[in-house]
Design a protein around this ligand. Structure first.
Ligand code: SF4
Length: 284
């Protein structure tokens, strides 16, 4: 495939509140129930969040995502995020500001939008049919409703899921069809990164099946961005830049929520060497 002139979008995530979640998602180290050895902290300072937004911009990210561990937005968390959003927006970085804070009502989302948030990320994670195998403390319908709320308030929807949890191909297609119905701008595809503390122990996918999942997602979805997010390095290893041949056009740069990512400058060097153009903004 000729990869010249192929554009790649980069996105940076900032785990501004880590490892404090009471939900029981069986794939997630941030749940306090699984006792995984990860960094746990309650809220980074606004100064650090602003500083890291500037680093993301320097690293050519077009999106900067403020992530909090937790089932959803509380009044206190919402106020903190609105303050953080206003502070980042004051920097005039021309970067898409994303919030990813779990279940959210229309009223809460309107507050985030007013504070300057451009997009909200909320993943369906898996199919409606398989969901109770991966989480019992909230429902797939709760997740779907939050995505509808995001569309209702006019924030850009970012909605994807995670693969390799033991779901079937039917589950994958079912989830991708649900995502297509929601018509998100960006679809993050996460590949399960196993951790001994978690109830789900193994990623059930081999690398070729993982590539086929990307192709299937591209076939079903016409979203502007198809992003390979968590698990890129551990799943695809030395073939990690082949994801673009299968239909992905975006990646997360830097660290993930609780695991280290590829070194940013190595990613940038490799993308350049392979003839990719790094997108300058969300429109390209
Ligand atoms: S709600 Fe989010 S942070 Fe909490 S356990 Fe589930 S995936 Fe992890």
């Amino acid at each position: 495939m000729n990869q010249n002139n192929k554009k790649v979008f980069l996105c940076a995530i900032n785990n501004v509140e880590s490892g404090t979640c009471n939900e029981d998602c069986r794939f997630c180290t941030q749940s306090v129930r699984h006792k995984a050895t990860i960094k746990r902290y309650k809220r980074k300072s606004i100064d650090d969040i602003v500083y890291e937004a500037n680093i993301a911009k320097k690293n050519k990210a077009v999106g900067y995502c403020l992530v909090t561990a937790g089932g959803g937005l509380t009044d206190e968390r919402l106020e903190f995020l609105c303050n953080a959003a206003r502070a980042v927006k004051n920097e005039n970085l021309n970067i898409n500001l994303i919030a990813c804070n779990g279940l959210a009502s229309v009223e809460q989302l309107k507050e985030l939008k007013k504070a300057g948030v451009d997009s909200y990320n909320h993943n369906l994670e898996t199919s409606k049919e398989f969901y109770n195998q991966i989480c019992t403390t909230h429902s797939w319908n709760d997740r779907f409703q939050t995505c509808l709320n995001i569309n209702e308030v006019g924030l850009n929807l970012i909605c994807g899921g995670i693969f390799g949890l033991g779901e079937t191909q039917e589950d994958r297609i079912s989830m991708l069809n649900s995502i297509a119905f929601l018509n998100p701008k960006n679809v993050p595809l996460n590949f399960f990164h196993p951790n001994k503390a978690l109830p789900i122990q193994n990623n059930t996918l081999d690398v070729d099946t993982s590539f086929k999942i990307i192709s299937k997602a591209r076939e079903i979805l016409d979203s502007d961005m198809l992003m390979v997010a968590g698990g890129r390095e551990v799943t695809f290893k030395e073939r990690q830049y082949d994801i673009f041949e299968y239909g992905a056009n975006a990646i997360v740069i830097g660290d993930y929520l609780t695991t280290d990512g590829e070194n940013v400058s190595k990613d940038l060097e490799n993308l350049e060497r392979l003839g990719f153009q790094i997108a300058k903004n969300c429109e390209g």
